[in-house]
Design a protein around this ligand. Structure first.
Ligand code: MTE
Ligand code: MO
Length: 473
């Protein structure tokens, strides 16, 4: 893995973070010191290899506040990240510590790009509205920001490839461990406002396809088709993250936020919204040589067992929930990666750490848990390989169903070596499975406490691979 980050920068950062935390400063203080953008490795087996460092497409090549060339490196800008690839920019939270705070500061917030971050001038950017609208239009950023209501949502952004490195046998793509997930406050314009203002057909069965404007010439355009009901319900065209203007790497000047859904649905650098009665599908949306618009919707981000050549394509589906799709392979053969499965991560103690007990003989285990657009209900912790479990408790505040919650567990261990597991359960009574299956099982859904091994290594929410090894003094 390309992981040669400057230890000095990271060390200094972690040092300062420890100091601030010890001084009682919350994430608010830490969140303010971030810097923006610039340019990682393709994931999914089918992702095109980007060769050109310069984004063309609809991205304009002008310099805003950050001169592209002399900008500090990725690791300087984001000292809390482990770089997987500098261009396109791909990086994940380097330490478990990230999973002890409610809001993830920019320095620790993972970045996942298929193509390099584009250099965009806000005043020149437009979002085109095409398809089933009374009136097609090009929206300026000014109209988007000033012409509609403003809303905020706390949403867990998680790459569908998070946890991929724990697949056995390994699969191709970025080897994300636990760190491709963060929780942020996202602010912007409700998608419903725009759809209504321009008279879109918002009836059930319709879809809104959001397209990214950054793909270099000849590359597949990052497009995601969102069901109308979800688009109307709570999706945002966001221009702020944690109260600051979005930085380039996270989608400046505007990105889609699909509350509770995996990162891949949250299209960055949105340049077009197309309304029609199907997802991007078929010849009309492909060229002879290329899956121009369909690639990232139909071929990537699908749950494909070993025995299938490729994902089965659908024009439209009527089950949107990822878990429900996975459990109904007779309806949808290869689930689309939409809303997030229930998951939890231990943030303290950290990976391979040595910790001492408090005066009363206990250790406080801290972490985060979330369940997509469902509420997370309970978290349990085990120190004996999942034989027995103790209940963790949630910490205030609760920032809503799309946010993660912090949990704490009072642990009373004897000195020794342990592997700690956390296991969350959601409001639908769905629980994290124990392990990832073997490919030979050909699973399509979660079964017998096993998560289905799949060709592209998506949405691993099994608890065992996410355990933490700890020595108690
Ligand atoms: N236009 C565009 N949008 C995109 C991507 C991309 O490559 N291009 N990557 C997606 C994926 S796979 C993820 S996980 C999230 C990552 O968001 P972040 O980099 O802000 O954390 O953005 C999504 N939106
Ligand atoms: Mo992703």
């Amino acid at each position: 893995m390309p992981d040669d980050t400057t230890p000095s920068t990271r060390e200094r950062y972690l040092e300062r973070r420890r100091f601030l935390l010890a001084a009682g400063a919350g994430s608010a203080l830490l969140a303010g010191c971030g810097q923006p953008q610039e340019t990682g490795t393709p994931t999914g087996t089918a992702s095109p290899a980007p060769e050109s460092p310069t984004a063309t497409g609809t991205a304009t090549e002008t310099e805003p506040e950050t001169p592209g060339e002399d900008q500090p490196s990725l690791e300087e800008r984001y000292p809390g990240l482990r770089i997987l690839s500098p261009e396109p920019e791909n990086a994940e939270a380097a330490a478990r510590d990230t999973y002890t705070t409610l809001i993830t500061p920019l320095e620790e917030f993972y970045i996942r790009n298929h193509y390099p971050t584009p250099d965009i001038q806000e005043s020149e950017w437009t979002v085109s509205l095409t398809g089933a609208f009374d009136q097609e239009a090009d929206l300026s950023m000014q109209e988007l920001k000033e012409g509609y209501s403003t809303e905020t949502v706390f949403h867990v952004m998680q790459c569908s490839g998070n946890g991929r490195s724990y697949f056995q046998p390994q699969v191709g793509g970025n080897q994300w461990t636990f760190g491709a997930v963060g929780n942020a406050e996202w602010t912007g314009t409700p998608v419903s406002d725009v759809l209504e203002a321009y008279g879109a057909d918002t009836s059930d069965g319709m879809w809104v396809s959001f397209m990214g404007g950054e793909a270099p010439d000849g590359e597949d355009i990052f497009t995601r088709s969102i069901p109308m009901s979800k688009a109307m319900d709570d999706c945002l065209l966001a221009y702020e993250m944690n109260g600051e203007t979005l930085v380039g790497d996270h989608g400046f000047p505007v990105r889609l936020v699909v509350p509770g859904w995996y990162g891949n649905n949250n299209v960055k650098w949105v340049s077009r919204m197309h309304v029609m009665d199907m997802m991007v599908y078929g010849d009309e949306w492909e060229t002879d040589e290329q899956r121009l618009y369909t690639h990232w919707q139909q071929y990537s981000y699908r749950i494909i067992p070993e025995e299938d050549d490729e994902a089965e394509q659908y024009e439209s589906i009527d089950i949107f929930d990822t878990y429900e799709q996975m459990q109904n392979p007779d309806r949808i053969r290869n689930a689309y990666v939409n809303d997030q499965l229930v998951k939890s991560l231990i943030g303290y103690p950290g990976e391979d750490s040595t910790v001492s007990r408090r005066a009363d003989g206990t250790i406080e285990v801290l972490g985060t848990a979330w369940a997509g657009d469902n509420a997370v209900e309970t978290v349990e912790v085990s120190d004996d390989g999942g034989e027995t479990w103790g209940d963790a408790e949630f910490m205030a505040p609760d920032l809503g169903t799309d946010s993660w919650r912090l949990f704490r567990y009072v642990w009373e261990p004897e000195p020794g070596e342990y592997t700690l597991y956390s296991r969350a359960t959601d409001a639908m009574d769905r629980t994290q499975p124990a392990t990832v299956s073997a490919p030979e099982e050909q699973l399509r859904g979660i079964q017998d406490d096993q998560f289905p091994w799949n060709q592209d290594g998506y949405i691993n929410n099994a608890y065992e691979p996410h355990g933490v090894t700890v020595t108690v003094e």
